[in-house]
Design a protein around this ligand. Structure first.
Ligand code: TYM
Length: 329
């Protein structure tokens, strides 16, 4: 069975962008692949985190995975920090990564922009991400398209290792949603929807109540026209709302245009909000039940135990190939 790996940072409330770009595909792929879905807490600390908030967010993201429909008996759901081989392989791969490659990462440039001091962890972030993927020899990595460059670096590092130390790593493929691989901000369609945007009106979080969702969508920026037409170049705001509707209502994008022909933006926005609520209301109900039951700790322990087995084997193999002396037990 082929392997899937992906992760989400517990660095704030997850957004509808995280759901459409990544989580929705996690749920879809779990039936046909051996899946590993991680809360990447080691990545989250590449920017400062309050310890209590990090603990709460980590548990919350894990519960959202389950609430979204991931079956923890089929897939491994766990925290990155509970599986130490990630960090170990991360270091080994950092030594194969060049400064130039890391300097070219647009996500690093964006996050470092305007800062007086930038942590070295933020710089080597992509090598740890490569380790996350390669430690399971993952075939497929479901992500939004902002992760494209990181995926390309992962593929390069896998090839580089194979070339230097003999064929070992699978070269992973990214898996993007057909529509919504980059959901944009509600207040500015030139920026991606992000949990780190300080304007709450720019993004919908997975735990926003229905009335908040209605308000945010009704206030979303639109052009001055009145035609619901998919054209990301000239109508980026409406096209973004159409992508959201397509993914939440399960209507192919080509049919969305026909469905809303002659409907004003106000009416269309109402339908968009209800389609989001249709997805998030049951997810939120299930989230509350999972949090209250306290079962998440057992799920995470079971997921980490299974993941650790595979990851430990990979790191042992990699170290042997790189020339480390084995430890005598
Ligand atoms: P993170 O936590 O920023 O985002 C998690 C996932 O959500 C996707 N995403 C979006 N998709 C569409 N539209 C958006 N506006 C949007 N915002 C976020 C992201 O593309 C991502 O798939 N580096 C990763 C975490 C990571 C990882 C990994 C992912 C660490 N190790 C190994 C895959 C495999 C990140 O920062 O994701």
């Amino acid at each position: 069975m082929k392997t899937v790996l992906s992760g989400i940072q517990p660095s704030g409330q997850l957004t509808l962008g995280n759901y459409i770009g990544a989580m929705k595909n996690f749920v879809k792929l779990q039936h046909d692949y051996q899946c590993n879905f991680m809360v990447v807490d080691l990545h989250a600390i590449t920017v400062p985190q309050e310890p209590e908030a990090l603990r709460e967010q980590s548990e919350s993201v894990a519960a959202l995975f389950i609430a979204a429909g991931i079956d923890p008996n089929k897939s491994n759901v766990y925290l990155q920090s509970h599986v130490p081989p990630h960090a170990e392989l991360g270091w080994l791969l950092t030594t194969l990564t060049s400064m130039g490659e890391l300097e070219r990462m647009t996500q690093f440039k964006d996050k470092a922009e305007g800062k007086d001091s930038v942590g070295a962890g933020l710089f080597v972030y992509p090598s740890l991400m490569a380790a996350d993927i390669l430690v399971y020899n993952a075939d497929l990595v479901p992500v939004g398209d902002d992760q494209k460059q990181h995926l390309e670096l992962t593929r390069d590092l896998a090839s580089r290792f194979n070339h230097r130390y003999g064929e070992y790593f699978t070269i992973p493929e990214a898996y993007y949603p057909e529509v919504g691989a980059r959901i944009m901000s509600l207040d500015d369609a030139s920026k991606k929807m992000s949990k780190s945007n300080p304007n709450p009106g720019s993004h919908i979080t997975l735990l926003d109540p229905p009335d908040v969702i209605r308000k945010k969508v009704s206030r979303a920026t639109t052009d001055s026209g009145s035609e619901v037409r998919y054209d990301p170049k000239t109508k980026p705001e409406i096209s973004n709302l159409m992508s959201i509707y397509s993914q939440c209502a399960g209507v192919p994008i080509k049919d969305v245009q026909a469905k809303f022909e002659g409907v004003m933006y106000g009416g269309f926005k109402k339908a968009v909000a209800e389609s989001i609520i249709g997805v998030l209301e049951p997810l939120q109900k299930s989230y509350e039940e999972i949090r209250q039951s306290g079962q998440i700790h057992d799920i995470l322990a079971q997921g980490a135990e299974r993941a650790l087995e595979v990851a430990t084997r990979t790191v042992d193999d990699v170290k042997e190939r790189m020339g480390f002396l084995p430890r005598k037990c």
